[in-house]
Design a protein around this ligand. Structure first.
Ligand code: NAG
Ligand code: NAG
Ligand code: NAG
Length: 489
């Protein structure tokens, strides 16, 4: 049982404190969370933490813990300094004395894996932390995950043989692993990995990755031309939004897992708020969006809570991947040349709403809402705006998105919400107690603001002011989201 839960307002208070003093207060709270086999963790990219001190890890861990997270998956790549930052993360968790779990997620798109020595280096991440108090154990085994790795052979004849003989079989006793990779392989081929995988992380399951401009045109049929428009008809929205937050690939991977042996397998389902990446062919050569409109983060959480009997761990993608715009943590550490689309684009509102869903996932029922809150997010420029100084060009699939803001209201009891997108352009919604999703078209050259009133009193007032303008004349393309939120005072 969780012995303490923090209200969303505490989180926002905490964030106010952070904003005021520039750093998290260091507090040591001893708390035990019962590990029921239902956990919520966030994927933390070590590669963007080069300037971190142990105290920076303490700040991240305390903030994550206070926001309802149970742990971090530490994504390690090949930079020589990364193992030192993994050590700092474990040290910070121990210093705080929190029941906050850590496990390593081996980034096999970065780490070498052709020789037996390469596997030896990976095993060090298991043996070094196997008995650390903050290491996540699953059924008594050391939990370890991957990003990719289905091409790794470690000198053996196949990937399955390589992982088996060079990694898993050499980790015995207290070093035995619960190996839960994200291999990017067809789940119907999982029997190839029988005896190797103890679970699976369905990395791409939080976005509709197969929904492209051309597949959306097919889905819309005679209305395909509407994709040129700034906003869509409700019938077009019904078709597009049916791709959001679904359990389709989860079911396929769970079925694949059922075909391999194991007594206590782990299915990790991702939840992710957004996706936009914008690197030139000379750089990382990545320039696309996935559709994440229609309150994708909330909708996906609701799906995972509905299907929680089939999901062991929810992994938030991500805490800090600025490169793909799906961070929910603070913008800190080292930026992967993403400043053009991450500067001034906070996402902490998504983190602040996470406690509500994480609690529901763990407990099986939604917690009561104890504070009134408004969350609102939007892209900073019209989908069809032409940037004056951007040689990379518009991102692939930009046509799928709409020029709308997405708002979520948490109300303790019935109230009236008024959203304003330009002087005189307002939308009024009577909301009931609970969570209400609202959207509204944006107005070029203007911002967005909202109030929640009850019995004639303004209870929540949200206005990011000049921090947010929907700019029709941008210099560079930015399809990241600006997230703002406010809590009743
Ligand atoms: C599987 O492991 C989890 C995590 O350690 C544990 O909570 C759960 O009880 C185990 N399930 C079974 C059936 O042993
Ligand atoms: C709250 O609003 C709902 C409809 O939106 C209505 O059915 C209900 O009676 C209202 N409750 C109160 C206490 O006014
Ligand atoms: C604008 O952003 C700055 C920097 O994040 C922040 O300190 C300030 O409170 C924001 N202003 C409003 C009105 O939200």
């Amino acid at each position: 049982m969780r012995t303490r839960s923090l209200s969303p307002s505490f989180c926002s208070l905490l964030l106010t404190v952070i904003a005021a003093v520039g750093a998290l207060p260091h507090r040591t709270i001893k708390v035990e969370r019962d590990t029921t086999g239902k956990l919520v963790v966030a994927h933390h990219i070590i590669g963007y933490t080069s300037p971190y001190a142990v105290s920076d890890w303490e700040s991240d861990i305390q903030l994550a813990y206070n926001s309802g997270l149970d742990g971090f998956a530490l994504n390690v790549g090949s930079d020589s300094w990364e193992s030192g930052q993994v050590a700092n993360a474990y040290q910070a968790a121990e210093n705080l004395g929190l029941d906050f779990k850590l496990f390593v997620s081996l980034d096999m798109s970065s780490l070498p894996c052709t020789t037996a020595d390469d596997a030896s280096a990976l095993r060090d991440y298991v043996t070094t932390y196997a008995s650390h108090p903050n290491q996540l154990l699953w059924d008594g085994k050391v939990f370890i995950s991957t990003f990719a790795g289905s091409d790794c052979t470690f000198g053996q004849s196949s990937s399955a043989a390589g992982w088996q003989s060079e990694f898993i079989d050499q980790l015995t006793g207290s070093n035995a692993v619960q190996f839960v990779p994200s291999f990017f392989v067809d789940p119907s081929t999982f029997t190839t990995y029988d005896g190797v995988m103890d679970g699976y992380f369905n990395w791409n399951g939080g976005w509709p990755i197969d929904l492209t401009f051309s597949s959306a045109q097919s889905e819309l049929g005679s209305a395909a031309g509407d994709l040129d428009d700034a906003t869509f008809s409700s019938s077009d929205e019904a078709i597009l939004s049916a791709n959001i937050g679904v359990f389709t690939t989860d079911s396929q991977y769970i079925s694949g897992l059922n075909s391999v042996s194991g007594t206590n397998k782990t299915y990790i389902a991702p939840v992710t708020p957004w996706f936009f990446t914008h690197y030139s062919p000379e750089s990382f050569d990545k320039n696309w969006i996935y559709l994440a409109d229609y309150w994708s983060y909330n909708t996906r959480w609701e799906t995972l809570i509905t299907n929680r009997d089939q999901v062991d761990i929810v992994e938030i993608i991500t805490w800090n991947d600025y490169s793909e715009s799906h961070y929910i943590g603070p913008i800190e550490g080292s930026q992967p040349d993403s400043q053009d689309w991450t500067n001034g684009m906070p996402h902490l509102g998504w983190l602040a709403m996470t406690n509500y869903y994480a609690t529901a996932f763990r407990d099986g029922s939604y917690p009561s809402i104890t504070e009134d809150q408004i969350y609102m997010w939007a892209r900073p420029q019209p989908k069809n705006a032409v940037a004056s100084d951007d040689s990379v060009g518009m991102p692939t699939s930009y046509q799928l998105t709409e020029d709308k803001l997405w708002a979520v209201v948490f109300a303790q009891s019935n109230a009236t919400v008024v959203i304003t997108t330009a002087s005189g352009t307002t939308q009024t919604t009577d909301v009931s107690a609970g969570v209400t999703k609202i959207s509204m078209p944006l107005v070029a050259g203007s911002g967005m603001s909202a109030t929640l009133t009850r019995n004639g009193q303004t209870v929540v007032s949200l206005d990011p002011g000049s921090n947010y303008t929907f700019n029709a004349n941008p210099e560079t393309y930015n399809y990241n989201a600006f997230v703002t939120y406010a809590t009743s005072v």
